[in-house]
Design a binder for this molecule. Structure first.
Ligand SMILES: NC(=O)c1ccc[n+]([C@@H]2O[C@H](COP(=O)([O-])OP(=O)(O)OC[C@H]3O[C@@H](n4cnc5c(N)ncnc54)[C@H](O)[C@@H]3O)[C@@H](O)[C@H]2O)c1
Length: 291
């Protein structure tokens, strides 16, 4: 076994940084598969919101008999601790960072984690669009930093994109796949290029759907129907953008635009909607209205 390869068996305790949409989902799925998990957010209120999300999600899965055999909501919930102190993650074997999509925030988190955790520990980021290498250079172990890009909602979506930074070793990449598979996810791998596989292709598709609507090609319902019925995707671009959050779509598009040029320019209407505070499902209004 190469020196960089910490085996899956040596991962018992998983740290998650950020208890928002993604962090709470990652914590839940890791705990569901037997890991001891500690989740850190910056305010106790955010930690508590994360637990509320986890409890609601576990309750829904239990109602549908979708928890693994022999597991119950309370046992899973009790595997997860919350904290506002990053130092409490010191004894984690693997940490997944799911804080804000901001390079400076992520670099600070990684530099702090690098000081705290064991030299052998693996540091993963759930970033959607930021370079793994740019984050990894904030540490003295860039070879042990990898992208573990879970999809939203984490407990439901099967896929995880493993993103390989410039310095990530083969052993750590293999371990990232194994860890995701231990959570019953299916992985694919991307090089550390802007947007990886998913957002590189998804963001222009969403923006084109928004532009087609803005230019009067069809009604929003017909644009969605055309893509759903015509190409067999489960959600058309306007519905999906509302689900993701229009602010998140805009932020991702702007990052890709900066890195990849004009073909990634965000749609005007996407910018206007975000300025107007119509961010999609989470605010009750985006392209569609929600109860
Ligand atoms: N939402 C999605 O659809 C989605 C999908 C894939 C990947 N991602 C990525 O996952 C990451 C998190 O996204 P999200 O949607 O969960 O965001 P979110 O806003 O729901 O949650 C982020 C959380 O991080 C916390 N936070 C901020 N700074 C922190 C710090 N220094 N330490 C600990 N916590 C901190 C915030 O308080 C917040 O609770 C981002 O990098 C995002 O690009 C999001």
């Amino acid at each position: 076994m190469s020196q960089d390869h910490r085996s899956l068996d040596s991962i018992d305790r998983v740290g998650v940084v950020g208890a928002g949409t993604m962090g709470s989902g990652i914590a839940q799925v890791a705990a569901t598969h037997g890991y001891d998990v500690i989740v850190r957010d910056i305010e106790q209120e955010y930690v508590e919101n994360g637990f509320e999300t986890i409890e609601n999600s576990l309750g829904r899965l239990d109602d549908r008999d979708s928890l693994p055999d022999g597991e119950d909501t309370e046992t899973i919930r009790n595997r997860i601790e919350g904290t506002t102190d990053l130092a409490d993650l010191a004894d984690c074997d693997l940490v997944v960072e799911a804080a804000l999509e901001d390079l400076d925030v992520k670099r600070d988190v990684f530099a702090d984690l690098d000081d705290l955790v064991d030299d052998e520990a693996v540091l993963a980021t759930n970033t959607s669009t930021i370079s793994i290498t740019s984050i990894a250079i904030a540490t003295e172990r860039p070879e042990r930093v990898v992208g573990l890009h879970f999809m939203n909602p984490v407990p439901i979506m099967e896929g995880v994109e493993v993103v390989v930074g410039e310095k990530t070793t083969d052993g750590i990449t293999a371990l990232a796949h194994e860890f995701a598979e231990a959570l019953e996810k299916t992985t694919w791998e991307s090089d550390d290029k802007p947007g990886f596989v998913t957002n590189r292709i998804l963001m222009p598709w969403l923006n084109e759907g928004i532009r087609a609507y803005d230019e009067g090609v069809a009604t929003k319902e017909d644009i969605d129907a055309g893509m759903e019925l015509g190409t067999n995707v489960p959600m058309g671009p306007l519905t999906l953008a509302d689900h993701i959050g229009l602010d998140i779509c805009l932020h991702a598009s702007e990052t890709l635009h900066e890195e990849l040029g004009d073909r990634y320019q965000p749609a005007y209407l996407l910018k206007r909607k975000v300025e107007a505070g119509e961010l999609g499902k989470k605010t009750g209004k985006g392209f569609y209205e929600y109860e």
